[in-house]
Design a protein around this ligand. Structure first.
Ligand SMILES: *Cc1c(COP(=O)(O)O)cnc(C)c1O
Length: 361
C-alpha cells in the first residue's frame, strides 16, 4: 500500500497527520540543537521545555488547578490497575469499584491480588457489559470509587459521571481522555495510556489530587510510589522521552489547530452521531451497546452473519478503511473514532457501510 489509509485502529491508534509531519521534519535535528530529540538527555534544557510544555498544555486543556499533580509514567494503564490500590489503600482503607467490562475486571483483579478491601458496588456483567449501571449505592468511608469512563472493547461510555457523595472518583480514561469536557472536581485520580487519544504507546498520564499523595505508604518500593515521581516531576529516572515529546505535539495540535476540548467534543459527537444514525436506520447493521450507554469513541456493531462481517472488514480494508475488526474477545466490528479521526473520515466510512449494506442484503 503506497498511500495512507483511514485508520480506525483501537490502539495504538491514528495520530493527527500534522503531528506526524512535524515529527518527521524535526527528527534529525530538533529545533536546531544538532541532534534528534531521541538522542538528548532527559535532563537537558531542551527536553525540560518539552515535558513542561506538555504538562502546561494538559493542565490548560483539562482545566486542572494546582491541587492536581501531573505524572508521565511507564507500564501502561494496566500498571495503574496495581499501582492505584497499592498507593491509596494502605492500612485498612477500602474502595468501591464499578465493573463495566474487560478493563474494569482487570483493575478489580489487581486490587484483589494484593488483598485490598474492595467492594464491587455495580456491574453490567449480567447483560454482557452492554450498558452502564445507574442508581449505584456507594460504600460509606470508601477512599475512592473506581470506574472506566469508556469501555473500549464493549463500546459503552459513562455519559455522566456518577454522584458519589463526595468520594473521589478514580478513573481509567485511556480511551476517552480529552475527547470531551469533564467536571475535574469530581476526580481524585485520572489515568490514561497515551496510545488512544494522547499519542504513542509507552507513556501513561496519571493525574492525582495532591492530598491523596498523603496516603502513599512509606514502605513501598521506590519505583512503585507515586510520590517518587511527583517529587521529581516525572524525572526520577529516564522517562519515555520520545513518547512524551509526541504527546506534547498532540496536545499542541488539540489546543492550537483544533481549538480546545469543547471544539473536539463537538466534532466527536457529530462523528458518532452520523455513524449511529446509519446503524440505526439500517436493518443490516446492529449496534451492540444499549443506546443510552453508547460510546462516542468506539462504535461497536454486528452484521447479519460472521461471514458478512469478515467480508465487510476485508472489503473496507481494500477500500482504504483499516482497523474495523472488533476486539478478539467479542468479535464483530468496531470503528474507533478518537480525536485524530476527522469527521470526513467517518463520513467516508458511513458511505462505505451504506453501499456495503445495499450490495449484500
Ligand atoms: C487500552 C486500554 C487499557 C490498556 O492499556 P495499556 O496501556 O495497554 O495497559 C486499559 N484501559 C482502557 C480503558 C483501555 O482502552
Amino acid at each position: 500500500m503506497s498511500k495512507r489509509v483511514i485508520n480506525f485502529n483501537p490502539g495504538p491508534a491514528a495520530l493527527p497527520l500534522p503531528v506526524l509531519e512535524e515529527i518527521r521534519d524535526e527528527l534529525l535535528n530538533y529545533k536546531g540543537c544538532g541532534m534528534s530529540v531521541l538522542e538528548i538527555s532527559h535532563r537537558s534544557d531542551t527536553f525540560t521545555s518539552v515535558i513542561e510544555d506538555a504538562e502546561k498544555r494538559l493542565r490548560r486543556l483539562m482545566g486542572l488547578g494546582d491541587d492536581f499533580t501531573v505524572l508521565f509514567l511507564q507500564g501502561g494503564a494496566s500498571f495503574q490497575f496495581a499501582m492505584i490500590p497499592m498507593n491509596l489503600l494502605g492500612g485498612d482503607r477500602h474502595a468501591d469499584y464499578v465493573n463495566t467490562g474487560t478493563w474494569s475486571t482487570k483493575a478489580i483483579k489487581e486490587a484483589k491480588i494484593q488483598g485490598k478491601k474492595i467492594n464491587v458496588v455495580a456491574s453490567s456483567e449480567d447483560k454482557d457489559f452492554t450498558y452502564i449501571p445507574g442508581e449505584i449505592e456507594f460504600t460509606e468511608g470508601a477512599t475512592y470509587v473506581h470506574i472506566t469512563s469508556n469501555n473500549t472493547i464493549k463500546g459503552t461510555q459513562w455519559a455522566q459521571f456518577p454522584d458519589t457523595g463526595g468520594i473521589p472518583i478514580v478513573c481509567d480514561m485511556s480511551s476517552d481522555i480529552l475527547s470531551r469536557e469533564i467536571p475535574v472536581e469530581k476526580f481524585g485520580l485520572i489515568y490514561a495510556g497515551a496510545q488512544k487519544n494522547l499519542g504513542p504507546a509507552g507513556v501513561t498520564v496519571v493525574i492525582i489530587r495532591r492530598d491523596l499523595l498523603e496516603l502513599v505508604p512509606e514502605d513501598l518500593p521506590t519505583m512503585l510510589k507515586y510520590t517518587t515521581f511527583s517529587e521529581k516531576k516525572s524525572l526520577f529516572n529516564t522517562p519515555p522521552c520520545f513518547a512524551i515529546y509526541v504527546v506534547q505535539l498532540v496536545l499542541k495540535w488539540l489546543e492550537e489547530t483544533v481549538g480546545g476540548v469543547d471544539k473536539i467534543e463537538e466534532i466527536n459527537r457529530q462523528k458518532a452521531k452520523i455513524l449511529y444514525e446509519l446503524i440505526d436506520s439500517s436493518d443490516f447493521y446492529r449496534g451492540t451497546a444499549e443506546p443510552n450507554s453508547r460510546s462516542v469513541m468506539n462504535v461497536t456493531f454486528r452484521l447479519p452473519t460472521p461471514e458478512l462481517e469478515a467480508k465487510f472488514i476485508e472489503e473496507a480494508a481494500a477500500n482504504g478503511l483499516a482497523g474495523l475488526k472488533g476486539h478478539r474477545s467479542v468479535g464483530g466490528c468496531r470503528a474507533s473514532i478518537y480525536n485524530a479521526t476527522s469527521l470526513s473520515a467517518v463520513q467516508t466510512l458511513v458511505d462505505f457501510m451504506d453501499g456495503f449494506a445495499k450490495k449484500n442484503r
